[in-house]
Write a new protein. Structure first.
Length: 297
């Protein structure tokens, strides 16, 4: 074999091994079938490749391998990407796949991200552990909350603005219980059947607010419209009309008027409630009461 042919053969091997290590460091499984399909090689060649790296992998099933536990990074690419989605920070980056996120970590001196701060949740560590197990096993839980004994079906743990809540069904109603206020938790051996509709409503909802939704129409000035067009500030937000002056009309749906009032107060006078009219009137009345309380006697 000529030196040129040998060099080409070694180059192909190097490229193949690079692909193998990239797959392993992504936390994925390596097997003969993948090697043969990806690189158009024979099973015999695939076996030789696996033999070359045998000291670097663990066999997790017959013919299936992963990077040895001692060599695995703190988080694989796929795990890092999944963690970013779980903590709702994936949208901070234009492309939040695991490889790009690790590149961001490698150049963190060039980045500064200021987000919502969170409470020190070390005090609820035990509750989080016990409730995660109860949710996974569909077990009933009992606890004291606001000086009242509760019996509930736990569905999900939700972190809203840095605080942990338990989304649970009590007396056929979905409710959110702040973990810091839960006392004397008991996990019962009795199980319950998960309601798929309730679970879907939690996963597709807006945090800890449960119940029947009301559609609300809002109007925003051109100043606020720019923010609304860049990202949704309200749950289930839809911009329905753009005005000649640059302002917008939008709709949202909420379960609790006070939650909406809190958002609108923050944006005054740039956003106002158009309908329902009774919500508009209630909001104006509450504003007048607040103003009267702040006015010196």
């Amino acid at each position: 074999m000529s030196s040129e042919a040998k060099a080409a053969k070694h180059q192909v091997l190097v490229e193949r091994l690079s692909g193998i290590f990239e797959r392993l460091y992504q936390g994925k499984t390596l097997d003969k079938s993948w090697l043969c399909e990806t690189y158009a090689i024979t099973p015999r060649t695939a076996y030789r490749d696996i033999a070359r790296i045998a000291h670097l992998v663990d066999e997790i099933a017959p013919g299936k391998y992963r990077l040895a536990a001692a060599l695995q990074p703190g988080l694989s690419y796929s795990q890092l990407s999944e963690f970013a989605r779980l903590t709702d920070v994936a949208k901070l980056f234009p492309d939040a796949d695991g490889k790009k996120l690790r590149e961001a970590l490698n150049h963190r001196e060039t980045l500064l991200i200021k987000g919502n701060t969170t409470r020190n949740n070390s005090t609820v560590e035990g509750l989080l552990h016990d409730l995660k197990q109860a949710i996974a096993r569909h077990q009933l839980v009992g606890f004291t909350y606001k000086n009242k004994a509760r019996l509930a079906q736990p569905y999900k743990l939700i972190n809203q603005s840095g605080l942990w809540y338990l989304a649970a069904c009590e007396a056929e109603r979905m409710k959110a219980f702040e973990l810091a206020k839960i006392q004397r938790l008991l996990v019962y051996p009795q199980t319950f059947e998960v309601d798929a509709v309730r679970l879907e409503a939690i996963n597709e909802g807006n945090g800890i607010w449960f119940g029947e939704r009301t559609t609300v129409v809002l109007e925003a000035t051109p100043k606020a419209a720019g923010y609304l067009q860049r990202r949704a500030l309200f749950p289930h937000q839809q911009i329905t009309h753009t005005h000649p002056n640059g302002g917008v009309t939008l709709s949202t749906s909420v379960t609790n008027p006070q939650l909406l009032f809190r958002w609108v107060r923050y944006w005054l006078p740039e956003i106002r409630i158009v309908s329902p009219v009774d919500w508009q009137e209630k909001f104006a009345s509450e504003l007048q009461q607040h103003a009267a309380q702040l006015t010196p006697a």
